[in-house]
Design a protein around this ligand. Structure first.
Ligand code: CP
Ligand code: NVA
Length: 309
């Protein structure tokens, strides 16, 4: 049966660990210049309803590294843009390609696509979740810390799609996720309840200082996500005071790392000083999108990497 990756909890903790281990091996193979064409002759369709830099380039280069091919598909240039239904497009594309990555406004679109496509479907970001980002982030933290159990990650700012995926990941990694958001922009209760029901340790507070206390990792994201543009003024007002700056960073563990999925708006959710500072690992995160997604694709399309590679 095909396996989709619509949410980080589509993986269990062993699958997550094994994909991260494969990603580390793939990173090593790439940096040694060793060919690793585990998806030779395979194709990935990539549908983007929204803009992208990292996701698009990392999936496209990833498929090329693996000996396969990626197709960038803009819904406006497809019959989707003229009203062809998702369920019809999904069934047709699945007859051509070996997997589909889709970035959509609505999570329901991603789910519908996956329901009708007979090939693995990867959520490349929806209004609700961004599992590929958190997969790469978990790889990045694993490189730094080894075991993630017991670490505390403080999310500061908008309780958005990336935050939701972090919350859900808590039960898989054993990390504590402390979210500080203004009440209006808190993550949805159903996400928090789901994570807790799975054994995740999640706390939701209003005060950023409370969230970052003893945190090993600080994480933030833009205050105005794609699709939220009409709320810009209101969001900037409500989120003032939730900037990761050097004063807030000083309240965390002394060696705390700072993460951001990018794109960043310096001066809003993070200061230039922190983003460019020694505790920031934002470029490693961005790089690891490539390696982590390659490992994911090899798993979903080919069942995993050969044991001796
Ligand atoms: N972090 C992330 O998904 O970036 P893009 O929007 O550039 O793909
Ligand atoms: N929360 C952001 C993430 C961008 C990668 C958005 O959805 O626009």
């Amino acid at each position: 049966m095909k396996k989709d990756f619509l949410s980080i909890i589509d993986l269990d903790e062993y699958e997550l660990e094994s994909i991260v281990a494969d990603a580390v091996r793939l990173k090593r193979l790439k940096s040694a210049g060793t060919a690793h064409e585990f998806l030779r002759g395979r194709s990935l369709g990539m549908i983007f309803e929204k803009a992208s830099t990292r996701t698009r380039v990392s999936f496209e280069v990833g498929m090329s590294d693996l000996g396969g091919h990626a197709l960038f598909l803009n819904p406006q240039d497809m019959q989707l843009g003229r009203g062809e239904e998702i369920r019809d497009t999904a069934r047709v594309l699945a007859r051509y390609v070996d997997a589909v990555m889709i970035r959509a406004y609505s999570h329901a679109t991603v789910e519908e696509f996956a329901r009708y496509a007979d090939v693995p479907v990867v959520n490349g970001l929806s209004g609700r979740l961004h599992p590929c980002q958190v997969l790469a982030d978990i790889m990045t933290l694993t490189e730094r810390f080894g075991d993630l159990h017991g670490l505390k990650l403080a999310w500061v700012g908008d309780g958005n799609n990336v935050c939701n995926s972090w919350i859900l990941s808590s039960a898989l990694t054993g990390m504590e996720i402390a979210v500080a958001s203004p009440p209006r922009y808190r993550p949805k209760d159903e996400i928090v309840d789901r994570a807790r029901a799975m054994g995740g340790k999640v706390t939701i507070v209003t005060d950023p200082i409370e969230a970052v206390r003893d945190a090993d990792v600080l994480y933030t994201d833009i205050w105005v996500s794609m699709g939220d543009e009409q709320e810009r003024a209101e969001r900037l007002r409500a989120l003032r005071g939730y900037t990761i700056d050097s004063r807030l960073l000083a309240q965390a563990s002394p060696d705390a790392l700072v993460m951001h999925c990018l794109p960043a708006h310096r001066g809003e959710e993070i200061t230039d000083e922190v983003m460019e500072g020694p505790q920031s690992i934002v470029w490693d995160q961005a790089e690891n999108r490539l390696h982590a997604q390659k490992a994911l694709l090899v798993r979903l399309i080919a069942g995993g990497m050969p044991a001796d590679e």
